[in-house]
Design a protein around this ligand. Structure first.
Ligand SMILES: Nc1nc2c(ncn2[C@@H]2O[C@H](COP(=O)(O)OP(=O)(O)OP(=O)(O)O)[C@@H](O)[C@H]2O)c(=O)[nH]1
Ligand SMILES: [Mg+2]
Length: 264
């Protein structure tokens, strides 16, 4: 039987907590005895709190690209991603030598450059191939206290899912920075569309674009499942996140139910 790693792609706007969650989730899963590898796809990453098993910076360093081609940060990421595509064979050799149950992929801060140009999805799809995978779309809890901010981020999440075409789960990050009742309010909006719709319908900036009946049509489409609140610092919520990952990639089966392969 061929090894069946599950890929977890960590996405989100700049600073939403992708890199911290990648390291923290790896640690949490390893504490439960899982074998977890990490891939860093951010050529501009300065410091990583985990040691990546595969690191695009070994192929392309965005800072060198900036200097060499006299580019700014976004131009450098575009050029770096295109350069990585030219080195995909080598990168894939490294990825294919990984033998872990779970492979977590940390992605660049400039989500729009990564997801809305061709190189990012090409790199991701080449790495993942036919293996089971899901995307975690990270939403910063501090930013989400405002209902219209939450709606704009959910629309972005939907848009990213449309680009990448993978099962996607929304994750509310940095919950340790909010009081319990503030988290409950956010969850109440997500879990009760009618509450969310009525709050949004009263919101000035939302009203500029949509009326109540528009919102009734939109909201159920951007909330396709619940949002999982987590803190990568305290690891609170990782048990629920893990349960969701299992449900999506393994249909609820624990990885240990898979036979380890002699070909691993
Ligand atoms: N309190 C708290 N801070 C967090 C948490 N997760 C991330 N942070 C902080 O948020 C900031 C950004 O975190 P990163 O993990 O670098 O975010 P990122 O999405 O990888 O950032 P880019 O790669 O630059 O887009 C850092 O200062 C982290 O320490 C969390 O769960 N709780
Ligand atoms: Mg990062």
């Amino acid at each position: 039987m061929k090894a069946m790693p599950y890929y977890i792609v960590v996405l989100g706007v700049a600073g939403s907590g992708k890199t911290t969650l990648t390291g923290s989730l790896q640690g949490w899963l390893e504490d439960f005895g899982f074998d977890v590898a990490t891939i860093n796809l951010d050529p501009a990453a300065e410091y990583l709190p985990y040691t990546p098993d595969v690191d695009v910076r070994d192929y392309v360093d965005a800072r060198d690209v900036m200097r060499k081609y006299k580019l700014g940060p976004n131009g450098a990421l575009i050029a770096s991603s295109d350069l990585i595509v030219t080195k995909l064979d080598e990168l894939l050799d490294e990825v294919n030598s990984l033998r872990s149950n779970y492979i977590i992929i940390d992605t660049p801060g400039q989500l729009e450059v990564f997801a809305f140009r061709d190189a990012g999805p090409i790199i991701l799809n080449s790495i993942i191939g036919d293996h089971k995978s899901l995307s975690l779309f990270l939403i910063d809890a501090i930013f989400s206290k405002s209902p219209s901010n939450m709606l704009s981020t959910l629309l972005l999440s939907t848009s990213i899912q449309l680009r990448l075409g993978k099962p996607q789960v929304n994750v509310l990050t940095k919950t340790d920075l909010l009081a319990g009742e503030e988290i409950d309010k956010i969850l109440d909006m997500i879990e009760n569309p009618e509450v969310f719709i009525s709050i949004l319908a009263r919101d000035k900036s939302t009203r500029l674009l949509w009326d109540y009946s528009d919102l009734e049509a939109i909201i159920p489409r951007v909330i396709t499942s619940t949002i999982i609140p987590v803190s990568s610092i305290t690891r609170e919520g990782f048990d629920n996140l893990y349960a969701m990952i299992q449900r999506v990639v393994a249909g609820g089966e624990d990885y240990y139910t898979e036979e380890p392969s002699p070909l691993l």
